[in-house]
Design a protein around this ligand. Structure first.
Ligand code: TTP
Ligand code: MG
Length: 376
């Protein structure tokens, strides 16, 4: 196959071929470096070069809650996202501990995504600080690499932030690649290097393989991606279901998971009108449970996580009450939705017969691409 000559690597010059008809996809994954901490360091340059931990108040080691993220300087002390803040305090008592400022991060995120969207490639944001672009129309890896350098340059100069980028034939490998040279790295995995790149890696590097799945694979004698792709597929399916097929195809460069544009879902809601108005508490509780199940199923299908849960109650005569609760974290957990909905309902239910009950979920972020292949 003939490729056009390599493009010059100069700003704004990205000649396109025809949309990916006769060549494989080229996917770019971008993930911002220590995102919340970097935004704080940009706001206050005195923080630069210091261990900075974003999260709950450590209260001199007695604080509850967890680390949201931390600067790479704090990571050198062993501090990590999701670690109890008390443990972070033990590891690095001299760190600068800051509470999160979500509006700041939302604005920075929108700025980053604006730079990514500017070039009109197929775009999919997957969390506050990461996104995929399908840059197949650039036709070859040198052109895609040039483009990635341009994006990194624009983000650094226009926003004062750094990111890491992976380029590969599939979303999952691009995501793995963006992580291997963090921070401020660019990693390109061309199709012919896929196996060499992936095979020595721990299976834990695969998005969706958490500690539990890793331990199960370990028990099956599977430690590296090489072990995984050489394992008997039927046995993998027996354990992991159909997702084992995609799991084992990871080194093939073939993946049906396309970069999906989204239309910005604002809320997901479900309501039930009772055949007859009721104040039977068991019926009402069972209805809340079923509605919670449905809305959670709906957001899972859209790969969304939410922070706000709203309950709506309508009595006879169309008298309607709603009450909402916004959590401190994004989630898609049915138990949390169910228990929040029950507690909101207790606040607004006055014992009169109910005509209609509803649950609405809103304040979404896109579910992290960590759950791309397996949800275990
Ligand atoms: P990540 O991209 O996972 O982490 P990061 O950007 O801080 O660091 P890295 O350089 O390794 O990419 O998550 C993006 C942001 O999401 C992070 O800055 C804070 C938030 N976050 C949490 O609040 N809790 C968590 O457990 C994780 C993993 C992230
Ligand atoms: Mg990040």
């Amino acid at each position: 196959m003939m490729f056009p000559p390599e493009p010059e690597c100069r700003p704004g010059y990205f000649p396109r071929g025809e949309a990916g008809r006769d060549h494989a996809r080229i996917i770019l994954h971008l993930d911002m470096d220590s995102f919340y901490a970097s935004v704080e360091m940009r706001e206050n340059p005195d923080l630069k070069g210091k261990p900075v931990v974003i999260g709950a108040d450590p209260k001199n080691g007695t604080g509850r809650g967890v680390v949201s993220t931390c600067s790479y300087e704090a990571r050198a002390f062993g501090v990590r996202s999701a670690m109890p803040i008390s443990q972070a305090f033990i590891l690095c008592p001299d760190a600068i501990f800051l509470p999160p400022h979500f509006p700041r991060y939302a604005k920075a995120s929108a700025d980053v995504m604006g730079i990514l969207k500017y070039h009109s490639f197929l775009f999919q944001q997957v969390s506050i600080d990461e996104a995929f672009l399908d840059v197949s129309t650039l036709r070859n890896y040198p052109a895609a690499t040039c483009f990635a350098e341009q994006i990194r340059h624009d983000i650094r100069t226009q926003l004062g932030l750094t990111c890491s980028i992976g380029i590969a034939p599939t979303k999952v490998v691009a995501k793995i690649a963006s992580d291997v040279n963090k921070p401020d790295g660019l990693t390109v995995v061309e199709p012919e290097n896929l196996f060499a790149f992936l095979s020595p890696m721990s299976v834990r590097k695969i998005p969706g393989i958490g500690r539990k799945a890793e331990a199960e694979l370990f028990d099956m004698g599977i430690r590296t991606i090489r072990d995984l792709v050489q394992y008997d597929l039927q046995m993998l399916i027996a354990r992991f279901g159909r997702s084992a097929i995609a799991l084992q195809a990871i080194t093939s460069g073939i993946d049906n998971d396309a970069v999906k544009e989204r239309d910005g879902v604002k809320s997901v809601s479900r309501e039930t009108t009772f055949p007859e108005d009721t104040n039977d508490e068991q019926v009402i509780a069972a209805t809340i449970d079923a509605l919670a199940q449905e809305v959670c199923h709906n957001i899972a299908e859209e790969s969304l996580r939410c922070r706000t849960i709203t309950v709506k109650v309508r009595y006879a005569g169309f008298i309607t009450h709603t009450k909402a609760r916004t959590l401190s974290h994004y989630m898609d957990d049915v138990n949390t939705v169910r228990s929040s909905a029950h507690s909101l309902l207790r606040d607004i239910f006055d014992g009169r017969p109910i005509r209609l009950l509803g649950i609405r979920l809103s304040s979404f972020e896109l579910q992290d691409a960590r759950q791309m292949i397996l949800d275990v």
